[in-house]
Design a protein around this ligand. Structure first.
Ligand SMILES: [Fe+2]
Ligand SMILES: [Fe+2]
Length: 136
Protein backbone atom coordinates (compact mmCIF):
# COMPACT_ATOMS: atom_id res chain seq x y z
CA UNK A 1 0.00 0.00 0.00
CA UNK A 2 2.84 2.38 0.78
CA UNK A 3 4.22 2.06 -2.75
CA UNK A 4 0.73 2.66 -4.16
CA UNK A 5 0.38 5.83 -2.09
CA UNK A 6 3.78 7.00 -3.32
CA UNK A 7 2.52 6.38 -6.88
CA UNK A 8 -0.74 8.23 -6.17
CA UNK A 9 1.30 11.17 -4.92
CA UNK A 10 3.35 11.21 -8.13
CA UNK A 11 0.27 10.68 -10.34
CA UNK A 12 -1.68 13.55 -8.80
CA UNK A 13 1.31 15.87 -8.85
CA UNK A 14 1.84 15.00 -12.52
CA UNK A 15 -1.84 15.56 -13.31
CA UNK A 16 -1.76 18.93 -11.50
CA UNK A 17 1.07 19.98 -13.81
CA UNK A 18 -0.17 18.64 -17.16
CA UNK A 19 -3.96 19.00 -16.92
CA UNK A 20 -5.13 20.92 -19.99
CA UNK A 21 -8.16 23.16 -20.64
CA UNK A 22 -9.17 26.77 -19.95
CA UNK A 23 -10.85 25.91 -16.66
CA UNK A 24 -7.85 24.01 -15.28
CA UNK A 25 -7.33 26.18 -12.17
CA UNK A 26 -9.69 24.37 -9.75
CA UNK A 27 -8.51 20.98 -11.04
CA UNK A 28 -4.87 21.94 -10.51
CA UNK A 29 -5.74 22.88 -6.90
CA UNK A 30 -7.67 19.65 -6.39
CA UNK A 31 -4.86 17.50 -7.80
CA UNK A 32 -2.33 19.25 -5.55
CA UNK A 33 -4.55 18.59 -2.55
CA UNK A 34 -4.88 14.93 -3.52
CA UNK A 35 -1.09 14.67 -3.95
CA UNK A 36 -0.66 16.02 -0.40
CA UNK A 37 -3.29 13.62 0.95
CA UNK A 38 -1.51 10.72 -0.73
CA UNK A 39 1.74 11.90 0.86
CA UNK A 40 -0.03 12.00 4.23
CA UNK A 41 -1.24 8.42 3.70
CA UNK A 42 2.28 7.33 2.70
CA UNK A 43 3.65 8.95 5.85
CA UNK A 44 1.12 7.22 8.10
CA UNK A 45 1.93 3.83 6.52
CA UNK A 46 5.69 4.44 6.50
CA UNK A 47 5.73 5.60 10.11
CA UNK A 48 3.81 2.47 11.11
CA UNK A 49 6.33 0.27 9.29
CA UNK A 50 9.08 2.03 11.28
CA UNK A 51 7.15 1.70 14.54
CA UNK A 52 6.83 -2.03 13.93
CA UNK A 53 10.59 -2.31 13.50
CA UNK A 54 10.74 -2.43 9.70
CA UNK A 55 12.25 -0.03 7.18
CA UNK A 56 9.88 2.08 5.10
CA UNK A 57 10.10 1.50 1.32
CA UNK A 58 11.29 4.15 -1.13
CA UNK A 59 9.73 2.31 -4.07
CA UNK A 60 6.93 3.77 -6.17
CA UNK A 61 4.41 1.56 -8.00
CA UNK A 62 4.20 2.13 -11.73
CA UNK A 63 2.30 5.23 -12.84
CA UNK A 64 0.34 5.18 -16.11
CA UNK A 65 1.64 7.76 -18.59
CA UNK A 66 -0.37 8.02 -21.83
CA UNK A 67 1.34 11.25 -22.88
CA UNK A 68 -0.02 14.63 -23.95
CA UNK A 69 -3.14 13.34 -25.71
CA UNK A 70 -4.87 12.50 -22.41
CA UNK A 71 -7.88 14.76 -21.85
CA UNK A 72 -8.96 16.20 -18.48
CA UNK A 73 -11.87 13.74 -18.34
CA UNK A 74 -9.57 10.81 -19.12
CA UNK A 75 -7.25 11.94 -16.32
CA UNK A 76 -10.13 12.09 -13.86
CA UNK A 77 -11.33 8.67 -15.06
CA UNK A 78 -7.84 7.26 -14.49
CA UNK A 79 -7.83 8.81 -11.00
CA UNK A 80 -11.25 7.31 -10.27
CA UNK A 81 -10.07 3.84 -11.30
CA UNK A 82 -7.00 4.15 -9.06
CA UNK A 83 -9.10 5.40 -6.13
CA UNK A 84 -11.46 2.45 -6.56
CA UNK A 85 -8.47 0.09 -6.46
CA UNK A 86 -7.28 1.82 -3.26
CA UNK A 87 -10.71 1.33 -1.67
CA UNK A 88 -10.62 -2.39 -2.53
CA UNK A 89 -7.07 -2.81 -1.23
CA UNK A 90 -7.74 -1.00 2.07
CA UNK A 91 -10.90 -3.05 2.50
CA UNK A 92 -8.82 -6.24 2.14
CA UNK A 93 -6.21 -4.83 4.54
CA UNK A 94 -8.97 -4.04 7.02
CA UNK A 95 -9.83 -7.75 7.15
CA UNK A 96 -6.19 -8.65 7.82
CA UNK A 97 -5.79 -6.21 10.73
CA UNK A 98 -9.25 -6.51 12.25
CA UNK A 99 -7.95 -8.00 15.50
CA UNK A 100 -5.41 -5.23 16.10
CA UNK A 101 -7.42 -2.21 17.28
CA UNK A 102 -4.85 0.60 16.68
CA UNK A 103 -3.93 -0.78 13.26
CA UNK A 104 -7.58 -1.29 12.40
CA UNK A 105 -8.36 2.36 13.27
CA UNK A 106 -5.45 3.55 11.17
CA UNK A 107 -6.52 1.57 8.09
CA UNK A 108 -10.17 2.49 8.63
CA UNK A 109 -9.38 6.23 8.65
CA UNK A 110 -7.41 5.98 5.38
CA UNK A 111 -10.13 3.79 3.87
CA UNK A 112 -12.78 6.45 4.62
CA UNK A 113 -10.72 9.10 2.85
CA UNK A 114 -10.25 6.87 -0.20
CA UNK A 115 -14.00 6.26 -0.31
CA UNK A 116 -14.58 10.04 -0.20
CA UNK A 117 -12.12 10.44 -3.08
CA UNK A 118 -14.08 7.91 -5.15
CA UNK A 119 -17.36 9.67 -4.46
CA UNK A 120 -16.03 13.14 -5.25
CA UNK A 121 -14.58 11.97 -8.58
CA UNK A 122 -17.84 10.20 -9.45
CA UNK A 123 -19.72 13.47 -8.92
CA UNK A 124 -17.19 15.42 -11.00
CA UNK A 125 -17.52 12.93 -13.86
CA UNK A 126 -21.31 13.08 -14.00
CA UNK A 127 -22.65 14.53 -17.23
CA UNK A 128 -23.65 18.14 -16.57
CA UNK A 129 -26.69 17.75 -18.83
CA UNK A 130 -28.26 15.25 -16.40
CA UNK A 131 -27.97 17.63 -13.44
CA UNK A 132 -29.00 20.73 -15.41
CA UNK A 133 -32.04 19.14 -17.00
CA UNK A 134 -35.24 20.86 -15.95
CA UNK A 135 -33.54 23.98 -14.57
CA UNK A 136 -33.79 27.25 -16.47
FE1 LIG B 1 -4.37 7.43 -0.36
FE1 LIG C 1 -7.16 8.60 -2.51
Amino acid sequence: MLEHEMAAMVRYLHHSIVVPSIGRGPIVDLMETRAKESMAHAKVLGNKVMALGGHSSVKVSEVFEPGPQQTTREMLEEDLEEEKKAVEEYLELLQLVKDDVPLEFMVRSIFLEEQAHVESLEIMLREESTTRRGSK
